[in-house]
Design a protein around this ligand. Structure first.
Ligand SMILES: Cc1ncc(COP(=O)(O)O)c(C=O)c1O
Length: 528
């Protein structure tokens, strides 16, 4: 009995110690993460402590992780691939055979995305005259390398002109902005963050900080991780999901080098209030990077058409850089984004010249060394082919589809718009206990590609160039899925949606481990 009592006491002491450790710094976390975030990190800290201190706990946690990863592996790799290539063929396969393998595999995917209801991050029509042009330009430039502008002067011209055309749509020419062509939104964000880190270091800041909303794309998390900076994540306004200046202000420190709003955010399609953030950045003498990766092109042309009226780009004093993806609403093939700097001297901070090495004098414009000229030429051809009139047309069409979808959702009982999104996305939240993850599953079963997000649980419908022609069918399926769910409230989410549902209660540390394991699964060759 005494043993039992002292054991209980030990447990109590252990828990108190763990709780103390978990609670230290909890207030600053609370300000940043809100109740749910603190709860998760509290449970996470308890779990870490318990894993170390209580025999058997780490085994249970490991078993849960293994189970989750086995499920992910089953989803992605099934029972294995009868045609898996672990090593290269001893004798090269004939071209026809290789091509057949590619077209067969792509054909299977195409039937999965029947009727273009799931477009997986491709925002433009996939079978069009434009994509035909892209393929031909791609073929013409397949064997080129932008690392050698002397050998391929056409690529230098395409790249410089493409950047200049993109600067033009964000009021860059009016302020003398300068840009770089990167491989995508993430690289553009990395380059901007690198510039601010260098600027901070020049000002004597050892470990610069960037302030972003919880709704910011993880590209900025990667950037801070890679470049040794701290990312301060601030909970956005709970009603508008925007990063207001008064929410940012309490987090500013002498190490803050930039604020990072989105125009719009991927999760909610809302444009942060750039003007007030620009005023704050100017007051503090720090950078303001506008993540326009998703909205790139669409927002500019909505503005030109008078369909979005708030200033958000270089027209706003205080905006010091913008990332604009050409490969989203700019309609190019994947691999093209522009990062624009108000001031060319900020751009120059990203350069890494090498003059000492055996290779000789070496410098490249971005993170990459060799780059395919095919991506560059195809992106240039896209913008030249679509032109101002074409992008205006796309913007008008998408705006109409976006408005109609929002209207229809707002009228449906059981769901509501999480927020009145400005463009690109329609984020849907559940009312009266309706589980939007289950709704997402039902939509997926009807063949629709939708996104799911968290904080709050969200089902997001992306609006792309394909949307207008599918809109009636999509609305019909959303309505019937919802009717089914209301009649069968026990319907459980499956697949991705189920993962999100479960994730809401799992500590971040454990989720991060599962995400790491997910990458390992992606890289796996699994023979049947
Ligand atoms: C707002 C935002 N920023 C950055 C990115 C990253 O872009 P990418 O996937 O091209 O690297 C995305 C991608 O969807 C995005 O929506």
């Amino acid at each position: 009995m005494r043993e039992l009592v002292s054991l209980r006491n030990c447990e109590r002491v252990l828990l108190v110690l763990l709780a103390q450790r978990a609670l230290s710094g909890a207030w600053s976390q609370f300000r940043r993460l809100g109740v749910r975030g603190v709860y998760k990190s509290f449970v996470g800290a308890i779990m870490r402590g318990a894993q170390a201190a209580v025999p058997g706990v780490s085994g249970i946690v490991e078993a849960e992780k293994t189970k989750a990863l086995a499920g992910l592996e089953k989803d992605l790799l099934g029972d294995g691939d009868a045609d898996a290539l672990v090593a290269m063929p001893a004798k090269g396969l004939p071209a026809k055979e290789v091509e057949l393998k590619v077209t067969t595999l792509r054909g299977k995917e195409a039937s999965k995305s029947a009727g273009e209801k799931r477009w997986g991050g491709i925002y433009h029509e996939q079978e069009s005259e434009l994509t035909g042009l892209q393929a031909r330009v791609w073929a013409a430039c397949n064997c080129t390398n932008a690392l050698y502008p002397g050998v391929f002067p056409s690529l230098r011209k395409f790249e410089a002109e493409l950047v200049s055309m993109v600067l033009g749509i964000v009021h860059g020419h009016e302020v003398g902005a300068a840009g770089l062509l990167s491989s995508g939104g993430t690289e553009s964000v990395l380059l901007a963050a690198l510039a601010y880190r260098e600027q901070g270091r020049l000002r004597g800041i050892a470990r610069p900080q960037i302030i972003a909303s919880l709704s910011a794309h993880p590209a900025i998390l990667k950037a801070c991780h890679y470049f040794g900076m701290d990312l301060i994540k601030v909970a956005p306004d709970p009603n508008t999901f925007t990063l207001r200046a008064d929410l940012v202000r309490p987090h500013l420190t002498s190490s803050t080098v930039a604020i990072y709003p989105s125009a719009p955010s991927f999760s909610h399609g809302v444009v942060d209030p750039i003007e007030e953030l620009g005023a704050l950045a100017t007051e503090k003498g720090i950078g303001l990077h506008v993540d326009n990766c998703l909205g790139g092109f669409l927002l500019s042309f909505l503005q030109k058409e008078g369909l979005f009226t708030k200033p958000w780009d270089f027209a706003v004093p205080g905006v010091t850089s913008i990332s604009i993806d050409v490969h989203k609403y700019g309609c190019s093939s994947k691999g093209a984004s522009v990062v624009a700097f108000r001031d060319a001297s900020l751009r120059a901070l990203t350069y890494v010249p090498s003059s000492e090495g055996c290779e000789g004098l070496y410098v490249t414009p971005t993170l990459q060394g060799s780059r395919s000229g095919a991506v560059i030429a195809a992106a240039w051809a896209t913008v030249v082919n679509v032109g101002d009139d074409g992008y205006r047309h796309i913007a008008r069409d998408l705006h109409g589809a976006h408005l109609r979808l929002k209207r229809e959702v707002a009228a449906m009982k059981g769901i509501r718009l999480c927020v009145d999104a400005d463009l690109a996305q329609v984020p849907i939240c559940g009312d009266d206990g309706v589980d939007v993850y289950a709704l997402a599953t039902l939509m997926e079963k009807r063949g629709w590609g939708v996104f799911t997000g968290q904080k709050p649980p969200t089902l997001t419908i992306p609006v792309g160039e394909q949307t207008p022609k599918h809109l009636d069918a999509m609305i019909e399926d959303l309505r019937s899925s919802l009717d089914f769910l209301l009649a069968n409230p026990d319907t459980k989410p499956e697949g991705n949606a189920a993962v999100y549902g479960a994730a809401a209660a799992i500590p971040d540390e454990l989720l991060d481990d599962i995400l790491r394991g997910y990458v390992d699964v992606l890289m796996k060759v699994k023979p049947a």
